[in-house]
Design a protein around this ligand. Structure first.
Ligand code: NAP
Length: 315
């Protein structure tokens, strides 16, 4: 397999790089300055692309068109919003992702963001570090246990968040494309109805053309001035300028955000708001899960080139 060219688009995991480079002829796109010449010299040998949807480039039509020998896209992510799935289908290129292995971590972080936002953990930390404890004036915070939690997208991650929130005695409702008869949670036919009937709204759906800006002004206003919005899906789910103005104007109580519309750019207005907790798209970033995701990427590639069934096929 050493002759098979594999192109990684972004430096997401040094463990993954090491695993790929011991098996394949690994090309690191971010290290290449003269891309035109690179593709001229190497495109014929590149049979696989390993994209990431964090920050870096995915596998769009332009990249696919520049690789005539491409057979498989093995994404280091579960979300495939940066892979042109339709074009891959059309061209007979296989696509795999990394579902399940990251579910627990992302759900854990969603609960962490809820607690950090409601209980103002980051602000409390700044208070102690800033030597302000002597003033003894840290404000009261908001209780999480028993709150009404709404989940947008009751898939693998959404379900894992719901289970965790249940253990905090929260009541759970959700909106997805389809109702889940196997779940006891209350289903709402629209995201506006979901937002009107919960106190904490967690975005955990896939990013598609239908879900881009699914959190708009109407949804934010339905959640209301006591509502808290958590996003561990993708940044473009939220109309970010609308979120910023709702937070600045007090039309929303707070937000916990792992993802941003134009990440790594974050609206500066958010920096001064203590009711907002922000982390840099780290939902699945633990030592354990990085390894599990990388191993799955590699096993999918090996299965493909040994002509065995793919482990997690999407296309
Ligand atoms: P999943 O099991 O496929 O779940 C996706 C959910 O999105 C499903 O419940 C689906 O509804 C729902 N959905 C799709 N289109 C919708 C629409 N138009 N309206 C309402 N709901 C819609 O995927 P997963 O493993 O839970 O991952 C979910 C997403 O989390 C990924 O796509 C990714 O973007 C994001 N993610 C983020 C991080 C991070 O680091 N922050 C890490 C991993 C994943 P149905 O059930 O009705 O089909």
């Amino acid at each position: 397999m050493e002759a098979i060219g594999v192109l990684m688009t972004y430096p997401t995991s040094s463990y993954l790089e090491q695993q790929l480079s011991t098996r394949f002829n690994l090309f690191r796109l971010w290290n290449i300055s003269h891309k035109h010449q690179f593709f001229k010299d190497n495109a014929a040998s590149i049979q696989a692309v390993v994209p990431s949807t964090q920050l870096g480039s995915g596998a769009d039509r332009e990249l696919i068109d520049s690789l005539p020998a491409l057979e498989i896209v093995s994404s280091f992510s579960v979300g495939l919003d940066k892979v042109d799935l339709e074009y891959c289908k059309e061209k007979g290129i296989r696509v795999t992702n990394t579902p399940d292995v990251l579910t627990d971590d992302v759900a854990d972080l969603a609960i962490g963001l809820i607690l950090a936002t409601l209980r103002r953990i980051c602000e409390s930390d700044r208070y102690v570090r800033g030597g302000m404890w002597m003033n003894n004036d840290f404000k009261l915070t908001v209780k999480f246990s028993g709150k009404r939690v709404g989940i947008l997208g009751l898939g693998r991650i959404g379900t894992a968040i719901a289970k965790r929130a249940e253990s905090f005695n929260c009541s759970i409702s959700y909106h997805s494309r389809s109702q889940k008869p196997e779940s006891n949670y209350k289903y709402f036919h629209s995201v506006v109805d979901l937002a009107s009937n919960c106190e904490i709204l967690v975005v955990a759906c896939a990013l598609t053309e239908e879900t881009r800006h699914i959190i708009n002004r109407e949804v934010i206003d339905a959640l209301g001035p006591k509502g808290v919005l958590i996003n561990i899906g993708r940044g473009p789910h939220i109309d970010e300028p609308e979120l910023v103005s709702a937070l600045v104007e007090g039309r929303l109580a707070g937000a916990g955000l792992d993802v941003f519309e134009h990440e790594p750019q974050v609206p500066e207005e958010l920096f001064g708001l203590d009711n907002v907790v922000m982390v840099p798209h780290v939902g699945s970033n633990t030592v354990e899960t990085e390894k599990a995701m990388a191993d799955l990427v590699v096993r999918n590639l090996e299965a493909h080139f040994f002509k065995k069934p793919l482990l997690t096929p999407v296309v």
